[in-house]
Write a new protein. Structure first.
Lengths: 290, 271
């Protein structure tokens, strides 16, 4: 599959012209790529550089060293700036601060309007986008009447109305209640599975990363480890060193293993955990009986 | 408590007045103001008054709302009426010291009061029957010919839209900050005027800081959605003039013509 976003030797520092001493780089020599149709979760604790990394994917920040290309276009190439931004949509943490208009459908239309698309086509895209995030019934509402999860879904609709190849979500659920989080995650997964949209989900919630296709752990400006959720979360010690938690069930399995119980190390979901524990208990009682 | 404030006082509805093109409505409101100031005859005032009453009836705006919108301007009306009452020359009806009331003065002050009332009621009708977004849209399009002389029509409309969008958000935020400061013992309800004004500082400073932060994030989000000013931008909703707009324009034109005729031909009740 084609690589949609590709970062090579990406180094970034917030350079200040007025200071002689340059600060340490936020990102150090990162090689990273996202393939078409992938669902990638980028994990890291606060200040690990994960948001800075995300801002390189649509040319908000430009690399100090190295290159970032989006669908073959270098992000430093000003000529392709709007092509890049149209191709990689971005959703931020606070839904209130990314909704521009006073009516839901007008806000969703904002991106396509900026791209200079025909009115009839905008109408079609806005309707499609609102249906994709299941907010079509609210199209004439005012944003402040909506809940946090609904607002974030409107923000996502505003991005997908631009028909991007990829959407980057920078901690989209950090400010939402559990219900809003579930709504937004369901929407993101539906976009990835039904519409084939590439998704890069920046998060510090472990449970959100579990359902991703690939997990990338960022710590201190470098990529600590990456792989399938199962591969990544079985490295409990490494994640703990990086100041990250592992999903509760994985942690339980890890502690049990440490105590000498034979339980697989790569447990990710509650069902798996229940099955493994049941097996363990059954074996234990079998041993005692015989 | 602050949530009760409504801005723009828009009354959603489906009446012909609501459905008029916002551009036409703005122009006709301006025409109505001109009409009010052209009228120089007591009978002439019948036209704008009847015109307004008919429009309010068509638009189904409750009488309570009209009276409510009049309340804040009552002092202005009284001051103008009193000034006109005493400072117009003519046959004295009554005098006491330096104060003289003339027949002309009485007529003038009544006319001024009616004029201001009609002015407020007429312009309120515009905001009652036009949604804020339609209003900004109308203003942007009306001003767009001025773009040729580098008048920032699009930017102005964008600023109005964002301001309208953030009013509820910032009101909510003010409520939160007030609660937070009260929880820490801030006293906002007692003391004199100066003390109360001072008590506002711990609310305004956090509010401003958060507003700037919001502005920065919003700018970033807008940039991510390819915003680059009004150039090359299309709109989803197009405004179309319809027969209704033509009829409305004709009616207003007829009213103005009627007032001109009354001014010229009717001599009774002139001032």
């Amino acid at each position: 599959m084609a690589e949609l976003i590709k970062a090579q030797n990406l180094t970034f520092a917030y350079i200040r012209e007025d200071e002689e001493e340059q600060p340490a780089p936020v990102l150090k020599d990162i090689d990273f790529s996202v393939k078409q149709g992938e669902f990638v979760a980028v994990l890291g604790h606060n200040g690990s550089g994960k948001s800075t990394l995300a801002k390189h994917f649509n040319a908000i920040l430009l690399p100090t060293e190295g290159t970032v290309t989006v669908a073959g276009m270098d992000t430093r190439d000003e000529e392709h700036l709007f092509d890049i931004r149209q191709n990689v949509g971005m959703v931020f943490q606070n839904p209130d601060n990314q909704i521009v208009a006073t009516v839901v459908e007008e806000d969703v239309a904002f991106g396509p309007e900026n791209m200079g698309i025909e009115p009839a086509e905008i109408r079609r895209r806005v309707d499609d986008a609102l249906k994709a995030v299941d907010m079509y019934g609210y199209r004439e509402h005012s944003p402040h009447q909506l809940s946090g999860g609904q607002k974030q879904r409107v923000a996502i609709a505003g991005v997908i109305a631009m028909r991007p190849g990829c959407i980057v979500l920078d901690e989209p659920t950090a400010m939402l209640d559990p219900k809003g989080r579930r709504e937004v995650l369901k929407t993101i997964h539906a976009l990835n599975e039904e519409y084939g949209t590439t998704v890069v989900l920046i998060t510090h919630f472990m449970d959100e990363a579990v359902s991703a296709g690939r997990v990338v752990v960022v710590d201190n400006g470098t990529i600590l480890t990456q792989g399938t959720p199962r591969e990544v979360f079985s490295q409990v010690e490494l994640l703990k060193q990086a100041g990250l938690d592992v999903p509760q069930v994985t942690e339980l399995a890890y502690e049990l293993r440490k105590e000498g119980f034979p339980i697989p190390p790569d447990i990710l979901t509650e069902q798996e955990c229940v099955a493994a524990l049941a097996m363990l208990l059954k074996e234990g009682s079998d041993c005692r009986q015989s | 408590m602050l949530k009760d404030i409504t801005i723009g006082q828009f009354f959603p509805g489906q009446s012909p007045v609501h459905k008029l093109d916002p551009r036409i409505k703005i122009i006709l409101t301006l025409a109505y103001i001109v009409m009010l100031f052209m009228t120089g005859n007591a009978f002439g005032f019948l036209i704008p008054i009847v015109f307004l009453i008919v429009l309010y009836l068509i638009a189904h705006i409750p009488l309570k709302m009209i009276l409510k919108s009049m309340k804040p301007i009552v002092p202005i009306i009284i001051i103008t009426a009193v000034l006109n009452l005493f400072f117009v020359d003519g046959d004295p009806l009554w005098s006491w010291g330096i104060f003289t009331i003339t027949k002309n003065g009485v007529a003038m002050s009544i006319m001024m009061a009616v004029r201001i009332l009609c002015l407020i009621a007429g312009t309120s009708l515009l905001t009652y029957t036009t949604s804020p977004i339609a209003l900004t849209d109308g203003i942007e399009r009306l001003l767009s010919p001025l773009k040729k002389i580098h008048f920032p029509a699009h930017e102005l409309a964008m600023m109005m839209t964002i301001a309208l969008r953030f009013i509820p958000t910032l009101i909510e935020e003010t409520d939160k900050i007030m609660s937070a400061q009260k929880a820490r013992g801030a006293d906002m309800e007692t003391g004199g005027l100066i003390q109360r004004a001072k008590a506002l500082v711990p609310i305004l400073i956090p509010l401003f800081i958060s507003a700037f932060r919001r502005a920065e994030e919003l700018a970033l989000a807008m940039e991510c959605r390819c915003y680059h000013g009004g150039e090359g931008r299309t709109r989803m909703k197009q405004l179309h003039l319809s027969l209704r707009d033509a009829v409305a324009s004709l009616v207003v034109a007829a009213c103005i013509a009627g007032i001109v005729c009354i001014n010229i031909f009717v001599t009774v009740g002139n001032f």
